[in-house]
Design a protein around this ligand. Structure first.
Ligand SMILES: [Zn+2]
Length: 218
């Protein structure tokens, strides 16, 4: 049986009613790890989610924010039990400048479990989707049992902090292709600094996710 729970919510930890709604949906979506639902009251961030779920599931993190996720990379860099994959502006031209290069592939037990796909300054939708295919191929090889998506809308054209030229139509493709992996997914939003892009990007991405989930469970 498949269930699609679509909830997009921003809230403060002091908003108890909203927090209970999120917890309920999380429990339904990740049966067996319901105790995580209580922990999100403290902090809902993707490294935290990955760390917690990794003791129970084979976890992969896919970071599609414009900026390289240097913190996430650091946390899991020496671990082979959490695959981290990131698409981002090349550090030669984009924050944080010092990390996100393709030769950062992990160390010690984590060697080969960190994949960076740094992209050219004015990457468009076609270029981005090609890179996403590489990311998804790596995820398929790893065979995770759940996926945490570090989500950013600062890849869209017109973002004041980004240089890519993605359209909201590309967001639908991104959502659809990720969902076709057929995995339980948790999206945690990070960037996105153009409010109009944020509104339309969220709707278009999750439309794609719903399409992808439906097609992977006919
Ligand atoms: Zn960002």
């Amino acid at each position: 049986m498949i269930r699609i729970h679509r909830l997009y919510s921003t809230f403060l930890p002091s908003d108890r009613d909203r927090m209970e709604q999120v917890k309920t949906i999380f429990r339904q979506s990740f049966p067996g790890v319901a105790d995580y639902a209580d922990k999100i009251a403290d902090q809902l961030e993707h490294p935290f989610a990955a760390q917690f779920l990794s003791s129970r599931r084979r976890v992969a993190v896919l970071d599609i924010d414009y900026h390289h996720g240097n913190g996430t990379q650091d946390i899991f860099y020496r671990r082979g039990d959490v695959l981290t994959v990131s698409l981002h502006g090349h550090p030669n031209i984009a924050y944080p400048y010092f990390s996100g290069f393709a030769d950062e592939t992990g160390e010690e037990g984590g060697k080969g479990f960190n994949l960076n796909l740094p992209l050219a300054e004015h990457t468009d939708g076609d270029g981005y989707l090609k890179a996403l295919d590489r990311a998804l191929a790596a995820l398929r090889r790893y065979k995770p049992s759940c996926l945490i998506v570090s989500l950013g809308f600062d890849t869209l054209k017109g973002d004041p902090t980004g240089s890519f030229t993605l359209s909201t139509r590309t967001m639908t493709e991104i959502g659809r292709n990720i969902a076709k992996l057929g995995l339980p997914m948790l999206f945690v939003q990070e960037g996105g600094y153009n409010l109009r892009n944020l509104r339309s990007g969220v709707v278009r991405l999750f439309d794609g996710v719903a399409q992808g989930v439906a097609s992977s469970h006919p």
